[in-house]
Ligand binder design. Structure first.
Ligand code: ZN
Length: 257
């Protein structure tokens, strides 16, 4: 059958249209990789201060029931990863979640950063629960690397603030007096050095410029919210936090905003 030039152009157009319908969001075809890092773990510290790799096995503990941050961080991180993987974008291969640890073990910050480099991470979120000497402070916080050491400060600030805000919205539905989300830098840690995690991520060109933050989801040691958030309504609130955080990560990774 002979085709006129017009027919050929029309056929070519239909062919290109059908290709675009199944083209992945990322022109390279590779998914966005979200690294989720459950803070702490295990029974002993991993790494060292001298190498700036030390990850403590646990930090915050609840006021009366002695619930450990490392366990809650793992539970919430796994839920977030599951939500990302089972999302529409996950099923379409546009986004993937990678956990730095899957069980109650501690790995140092060089190894955590290496998981991100090996996975070609697009962003990095460390999940933590906070503590304060007064046992009265509450509210979600994002912690980012201080400006003087951070080549990606503005992007980290946007990334962390949007994630902390999404936690605030969920927490307020369970506890209306939850304070507004805030962003803090890490200058008070390790005598001004800041978080060893950010230091290790900066050492590798593959992870130096990806958006990264610690998410301090809530204060675990606060007496007023211990039962509400971490016992009585734990399943509901962890599920809601995981959905909100995963949706925000998917939104940011797919829109680039
Ligand atoms: Zn922590």
């Amino acid at each position: 059958m002979k085709m006129t030039p017009n027919q050929f152009v029309r056929l070519l157009f239909v062919f290109l249209l059908s290709l675009s319908a199944c083209w992945p969001a990322d022109a390279s075809g590779s998914p966005k990789i979200v690294v989720i890092d459950p803070g702490h773990g295990g029974a002993a510290d991993a790494g060292s201060d001298s190498a700036k790799t030390k990850s403590t096995n646990n930090n915050a503990t609840s006021a009366t029931l002695h619930i450990k941050e490392k366990d809650l961080a793992l539970t919430l991180s796994k839920l977030i990863a599951e939500r990302i993987e089972s999302s529409e974008a996950g099923a379409q291969g546009k986004i993937k979640a990678v956990l730095t640890r899957h069980d109650d073990s501690n790995i140092d910050f060089a190894r955590r950063a290496d998981v991100a480099a090996q996975a070609n991470a697009s962003c990095y979120v460390a999940i933590h629960f906070n503590s304060d000497n007064s046992q009265r402070v509450s509210g979600p916080r994002a912690v980012i690397q201080q400006r003087s050491r951070n080549p990606n400060y503005e992007a980290d600030e946007r990334f962390g603030r949007a994630l902390a805000k999404t936690i605030e919205r969920v927490s307020k539905t369970f506890r209306p007096q939850t304070p507004a989300a805030s962003v803090h830098d890490d200058h008070e840690l390790h005598n001004g050095w800041g978080s060893y995690l950010f230091h290790q991520l900066n050492l590798n060109p593959k992870t130096k410029l990806i958006p990264s933050c610690h998410l301090e989801v809530e204060f675990l040691d606060n007496r007023d919210l211990e039962h509400l958030f971490f016992v009585d309504r734990k399943d509901e609130i962890f599920s809601a936090w995981a959905s909100a955080i995963s949706n925000e990560l998917i939104r940011q990774m797919l829109t680039g905003e």
